[in-house]
Design a protein around this ligand. Structure first.
Ligand SMILES: Nc1ncnc2c1ncn2[C@@H]1O[C@H](COP(=O)(O)OP(=O)(O)OP(=O)(O)O)[C@@H](O)[C@H]1O
Length: 230
């Protein structure tokens, strides 16, 4: 479960999040929507503990983020998988190496890594691209590698910030279907997006932000929870 209680975040005199309270259940799939500047990225960054809130409390899987010291940050981050709009792959490494790295740092044996990489690449439909480098892949393929990397350690929570922004329509749909499949394996998924079509197609929970506040929170919602009067 993810709990935010009255969370505030300000940049200089800009109030980015203005008293956000939100509960996300284990296994939920949640879209975060809202206009540019509404506070979606700030919320994701707080969940990553990339920054601290000025007020309020954030608890993820029983971990109170306010109590996580820098020394234990890496442990907290192990329960997260993260996907960004710009993929963030290491260009000099192959697909295999990019995905395997998250397991290498945990000291997993080469034999197990090989099996796990094969499994996640198959889940994202890229088993034949293990030896390719990022510059030999399409944008959609690069994002699928980034997803494979994000899920290889079986995260409790998968966070994605505009994962389809740099993709065409068909690739965007493919990426979101993969995230839905990951969610079906039990991983809680939070996706910040402007993509109206994919939000409407999935019929998942939609939390809409405006000026740093939650203005709508709909089960089985549509974009901004508004088009069908929800
Ligand atoms: N590093 C920063 N310094 C100052 N203000 C910032 C900073 N980052 C974000 N902001 C401001 O905080 C508010 C929320 O920004 P945030 O990036 O969270 O919105 P967003 O909903 O993710 O927008 P977008 O959809 O354009 O990515 C905006 O008014 C933005 O200008």
């Amino acid at each position: 479960m993810v709990i935010l209680e009255n969370v505030e975040k300000r940049y200089a005199d800009e109030m980015a999040l203005d008293g956000i309270s939100l509960h996300i259940k284990k296994g939920e799939f949640v879209f975060l929507t809202g206009q540019s500047g509404a506070g979606k990225t700030t919320l994701i960054n707080l969940l990553l503990k990339d920054m601290e809130p000025d007020q309020g409390r954030i608890v993820v899987n029983g971990v109170d983020l306010g109590k996580v010291t820098p020394h234990y940050l890496y442990r907290y981050r192990r329960i997260l998988g993260v996907v960004f709009q710009d993929f963030r792959l290491i260009p000099e490494w192959t697909v295999y190496e990019n995905v395997a790295f998250a397991q290498r740092v945990l000291g997993v044996t080469s034999h197990s890594i090989s099996k796990h990489v094969k499994d996640v690449l198959s889940m994202v439909g890229l088993e034949k691209k293990a030896k390719s480098h990022p510059d030999q892949l399409s944008g959609g393929e690069m994002q699928r590698v980034a997803i494979a990397r994000a899920i290889i350690n079986k995260p409790y929570l998968l966070l994605a910030d505009e994962p389809t922004r740099n993709l065409d329509r068909l690739n965007a749909i493919e990426i979101i279907k993969i995230m839905e499949r990951i969610n079906q394996t039990g991983t809680t998924v939070v996706v910040a997006t402007h993509n109206r079509e994919i939000v409407n197609a999935l019929g998942k929970r939609v939390v809409t932000l405006e000026n740093g506040r939650v203005i709508n929170d709909c089960e089985h919602g549509r974009y901004m929870c508004s088009e069908d009067g929800m």
